[in-house]
Design a protein around this ligand. Structure first.
Ligand SMILES: Cc1ncc(C[n+]2csc(CCOP(=O)(O)OP(=O)(O)O)c2C)c(N)n1
Length: 680
């Protein structure tokens, strides 16, 4: 069967193998264009899965593009959500929408999010992006199919690196236990993952034997031989009494010579020049109207820019970073400070670093870069956050100082119970890096943006939590946590370049806030500020306080500047880099001495705001003291694809938004003071 009119049951279009080959090639070309337009995304794994995608959506799976939720459709679940562009193009070429629509990929407001969301795009079966979950979802859909006496199949597309997630094997057991012969797994065996060869990162072999031992029928094919792909998929439909897995041998980056078998092309998009080169190799330079498509993407982006500009609170002039000579700041990704510290402190033989297949990007690989003698203390764990977390506890129990890190959400949510029981209950010396925190992974979208991670780790007894404000502070904090601070600790830092607002001389004392005060205009924005330890600061009776952590500290400084320029208000900025243990004294003083507090966090409102308000409300010192508070942060919504600096505006957490909130509080405060004066 294939694409079907669900009303009549008739096949609307049947493709020959040659036609399928032609479409697969075309889809590869579109893939390059949409990735180039997005300037981010996963070239390697989308190209390796393209022939299978074409065979499934145009030939093997029964579905109706005009009736996406047809109850008898075959379900196709993309557990490997990062391959989303291939999925979007498969649906487009099947007729759900036009291929050219996909060119808005990864842009703010586009339905074509970095990782697929089923609510936004018709034909997407479920949302995914956190690896290892799809096979379980497929088990659920297959069980439902059995319960309802349905004949359709449930396909699940997975990566080979993804096989390292333990959850896959729980689902594998369930599939055979319930004899789910309506379940068909497909593994894209391209042999590479982010950190290198699957074989080296964490061997999954012998994969066929493993699935067989779990009670599955195992088929294999050349994932680029269209006839074989179609035949194997059709054969999988006929298995009786057990689930089937297809191990498809593929080449990462297939079809584009300079991308083939190169691990570096995993999470990278081609430049426009590389795209043209790739199109040329595919013989599509003339066939795909790439100039028109890139123009379409630009127009979409221009509209995004306009909408965001309108969202930004307006003042008498532009205060954005580097907008003029007074707003100059140099930028560096905060993650760099983490790697730098590991490089500097890694000689301590107790330090062991665990790799979770994102090592270069989060800079944990700096631990062994150029230092082969440390390689035996570098332990690659594959894509297995839960096991690695508990293994870190085991290492710590034996006197080691384990460090691991991955995307903040996978370092604080995926492994939460392991953190809770194995690490925190045991009170072990484990340093966890919640990398790529907040909006800094922008175009990856909701599944990868850590906006709830701090709720998780702050709620764990014994856990200590630091959110440094720039790469310099990240280096200092990492060094302190790694070697001087016993117990479980979580450090959260960003991927994107953020302004450097501290220097080597800026104080960093674990558990103690800094006060940052605007003093005078300087050529370099940052030099206009003075920073001192909060406990050494003498009250200057400022109008308002802004309490911030992480990349919100530079935004708070910008807000302080705006408030001074626009209203003449004096602001006390509190850099609360340590969220746990929290500097309660500095918070209470800010409340008492300024009477107005705005919290600013690049997180769902509450990780910072509720802890600050908890301290304020239970402080006897503040009884009878007039105090008004406001909170800036993400307002109970999931993330979105978009560039990090766009999301700062979209989520209303910019310096302008902080300043606007502070000005609102000031209006109330002044109104109240005027009322008191009038009453006297
Ligand atoms: C739970 C989780 N951990 C980490 C990641 C980050 N990540 C995205 S893709 C990827 C590598 C996947 O490798 P593989 O399954 O082999 O896919 P392919 O090489 O085919 O792209 C990783 C680690 C993630 N998305 N989800």
């Amino acid at each position: 069967m294939a694409i079907i009119d669900s009303r009549t049951g008739k096949v609307t279009r049947d493709y020959s193998v040659e036609e399928l080959q032609h479409v697969a090639n075309l889809m590869r070309g579109y893939d390059l264009v949409v990735l180039a337009a997005a300037a981010s995304g996963h070239a390697g794994g989308t190209l390796s899965i393209m022939d299978i995608t074409t065979a499934l959506y145009l030939k093997v799976a029964n579905h109706d593009p005009n009736n996406a939720n047809w109850e008898d459709r075959d379900r196709i679940i993309w557990s490997a959500g990062h391959k989303a562009p291939a999925l979007y193009l498969g649906l487009a070429f099947a007729g759900y929408y036009k291929p050219e629509d996909v060119v808005t990929l990864r842009k703010l407001g586009s339905p074509y999010q970095g990782h697929p969301h089923w609510v936004k795009v018709p034909g997407v079966e479920v949302s995914s992006g956190s690896l290892g979950q799809g096979l379980s979802v497929a088990v659920g859909e297959a069980l439902a199919g059995k319960l309802d006496g349905k004949q359709h199949k449930v396909f699940c597309i997975m990566g080979d690196g993804e096989q390292q997630e333990g959850c896959i094997w729980e689902a594998a057991m369930e599939g055979s236990h319930y004899k789910l012969d309506n379940l068909i797994g497909i593994v894209d065996r391209n042999g590479l993952q982010i950190d290198g060869r699957v074989e080296d990162v964490m061997s999954i072999e012998p994969l066929a034997k493993k699935y067989r031992a779990f009670g599955w029928e195992v088929l294999s094919c050349d994932g680029h031989d269209m006839q074989q792909v179609v035949d194997t998929l059709e054969k999988a439909r006929t298995t009786v009494g057990k689930p089937t897995v297809i191990l498809a041998e593929t080449v990462k980056g297939k079809g584009v010579s300079f991308m083939e078998n190169v691990a570096g092309w995993h999470g990278k998009a081609p430049s426009v020049e590389e795209m043209i080169k790739g199109l040329h190799e595919l013989g599509l330079e003339k066939q795909i109207p790439y100039t028109r498509l890139l123009e379409k993407a630009k127009r979409f982006q221009a509209e995004v820019d306009r909408t965001l500009e309108a969202k930004l609170p307006k003042f008498s002039r532009n205060y954005w970073w580097n907008s003029d000579s007074r707003m100059k700041a140099s930028m560096k990704p905060t993650r760099m400070g983490f790697g730098q510290s590991l490089a500097e402190n890694g000689d301590d033989k107790r330090v062991v670093c665990l790799g979770l297949d994102i090592s270069g990007s989060i800079t944990i690989s700096e631990f062994y870069a150029g230092k082969p003698e440390r390689k035996n203390r570098w332990i690659s764990m594959g894509i297995a956050e839960q096991s690695a977390t508990a293994a870190a506890a085991g290492l710590a129990r034996e006197g080691k100082l384990p460090v691991f890190g991955t995307y903040g959400t996978f370092a604080a949510a995926r492994n939460l119970d392991q953190l809770r029981v194995s690490v925190c209950y045991g009170d072990f010396n484990v340093l966890v890096a919640g990398a790529h925190g907040g909006v800094s992974v922008g175009p990856d979208g909701a599944t990868h943006q850590a906006l709830e991670d701090l709720f998780n780790v702050l709620g764990l007894p014994n856990m200590q939590v630091v959110v440094p404000c720039d790469s310099v502070e990240t280096r200092k904090a990492t060094t302190h946590l790694l070697l001087k601070q016993p117990g479980p600790k979580f450090i959260r830092f960003a991927r994107e370049a953020t302004p450097i607002v501290t220097t080597e001389d800026t104080p960093f004392v674990f558990g103690k806030a800094n006060v940052i005060r605007l003093r005078h205009e300087e050529e370099n924005f940052i030099d206009a500020f003075e920073t001192v330890l909060a406990e050494e600061y003498a009250n200057e009776h400022e109008d308002v306080s802004i309490i911030a952590c992480g990349p919100m500290v530079p935004e708070a400084m910008r807000a302080a500047y705006i408030l001074k320029q626009e209203f003449g208000y004096e602001t006390r900025v509190l850099n609360l880099h340590t969220l746990k243990p929290i500097d309660a004294a500095a918070i209470v003083r800010a409340g008492k001495e300024t009477g107005a507090i705005v919290t600013a966090e690049e997180h769902q409102i509450g990780a910072l705001a509720w802890r600050v308000s908890g301290i304020l409300t239970e402080s006897p010192e503040l009884f009878g003291v007039p105090l008004i508070t406001g909170a800036i942060g993400v307002k109970d919504r999931f993330g979105e694809s978009g560039y990090p600096w766009e999301l700062i505006k979209e989520f209303e957490v910019s310096g302008e938004h902080i300043a606007q909130k502070a000005a609102e509080l000031m209006a109330v405060k002044q109104g109240a003071l005027a009322g008191v004066a009038a009453a006297i």
